[in-house]
Design a protein around this ligand. Structure first.
Ligand code: AHG
Ligand code: MN
Ligand code: MN
Length: 347
């Protein structure tokens, strides 16, 4: 994206809502339901943002004393974010089913709103939540599907669609500023929250990720339990070779959204592989890997589980996990080649 385009977009103060309406008019016949859904999600994001900005002053830090369905300690902000998004989607009436990291079962909404919402939303309401207490960026991730025509009643089965069926996906990063980045399959656009007017403003039109990068993001504390091909790739990235800009740099925050966002903008590779403790990796297919996979592909990047495209996996459970290798396409391609044993550290 050219810096001049970015500055021009900001000068025009195009709000997220106006942007979606403009796009919708380009794609008839549109009922406006998708636009309203994105608006509902953005309202929840603003509310979560407002809680977050006061964290440390009001009592939103710490754990609820419970563990979630994954057996992870639930933070108060996890629950608060979950409730804000569920409430916004219930009120909005465009969503018929929610799947959330913070809720064991899929949540059908149709009876509650008495409406005929057509969209399924799968979400990680707060990603990287163990980082909040220490003032590190966290995020929200969402993935949007249509209720298939042959499923009149929204159920988990209707939600178990491969990522290629997504009609929209996005994330919010609550960082030094708050940004919402989303795709509906026509490129990726980023909006920054202007706190003065409480609106998301188009600040990063048509985001493209660099073809190659020189940053990799992985929890290297788990190195000993990585498979051999990955160990070779990491050692290869660390090798001294000025011609190919090596050694690369490591950047790992431990908030997927924040690591992903940096790599998307600057080029890089995010890795959460299979480990001894997590043989299928740690990240969740449906509401972490698929939505960010959709976004990175739409920005010209790639998302692999190590031997194929993440978005082609047929999910079997709401909370299933997948290994993740995503980011600049040249780096993802190399990861797959190392994992197949076609390359070694000596290449
Ligand atoms: P969540 O806070 O939604 O449970 O996600 C935490 C995830 C992700 O944000 C991050 O990339 C990863 O956990 C970090 O895991 P490690 O601490 O194992 O590196
Ligand atoms: Mn997460
Ligand atoms: Mn989470």
């Amino acid at each position: 994206m050219k810096e001049s385009h970015r500055r021009e977009a900001i000068r025009q103060t195009l709000t997220l809502e106006q942007f979606i309406i403009d796009r919708q008019e380009d794609l008839p016949p549109s009922t406006g339901a998708f636009s309203r859904l994105i608006r509902d999600l953005s309202v929840a994001a603003k509310k979560v943002n407002s809680h977050m900005r006061r964290a440390g002053i009001v009592d939103v830090f710490g754990t609820t004393g419970d563990v979630n369905v994954q057996g992870e300690v639930q933070q108060k902000m996890d629950l608060l974010a979950h409730q804000e998004f569920v409430q916004a989607l219930k009120r909005g009436g465009e969503c018929c089913l929610i799947g959330s990291e913070e809720h064991a079962e899929a949540i059908p909404l149709r009876n509650e709103v008495g409406a005929d919402g057509k969209y399924i939303v799968l979400m990680d309401p707060l990603d990287g939540s163990s980082n909040i207490e220490v003032n590190v960026s966290v995020g929200t991730i969402f993935s949007i599907y249509r209720l298939p025509d042959d499923h009149e009643e929204p159920s988990l089965k209707a939600a178990l669609q491969p990522g290629v069926n997504q009609v929209g996906a996005g994330y919010v990063v609550y960082g030094s500023s708050t940004m919402l980045v989303y795709t509906s399959g026509f490129g990726v656009n980023g909006f920054t929250l202007d706190p003065a007017i409480g609106e998301f403003i188009l600040s990063h039109p048509n985001i493209r990720t660099p073809e190659n990068g020189r940053m990799y993001s992985v929890n290297e504390g788990n190195y000993n339990s990585f498979e051999t091909g990955l160990k070779h790739y990491i050692k290869w990235m660390q090798k001294d070779d000025p011609e190919s800009n090596r050694p690369y740099s490591t950047r790992y925050i431990g908030s997927f959204v924040a690591d992903f966002h940096r790599n998307l903008m600057k080029g890089g590779l995010y890795i959460y592989p299979a480990t001894e403790a997590n043989p299928n990796g740690k990240l969740r297919l449906m509401y972490e890997a698929n939505p960010l996979g959709f976004i990175v592909e739409q920005a010209g990047g790639a998302a692999s589980h190590g031997s194929g495209r993440i978005m082609e996996v047929q999910p079997e459970a709401l909370h299933e996990r997948t290994p993740v290798f995503m980011g600049s396409p040249a780096m993802v391609d190399l990861a797959e080649r190392f994992l197949r044993g076609e390359m070694t550290v000596n290449d």
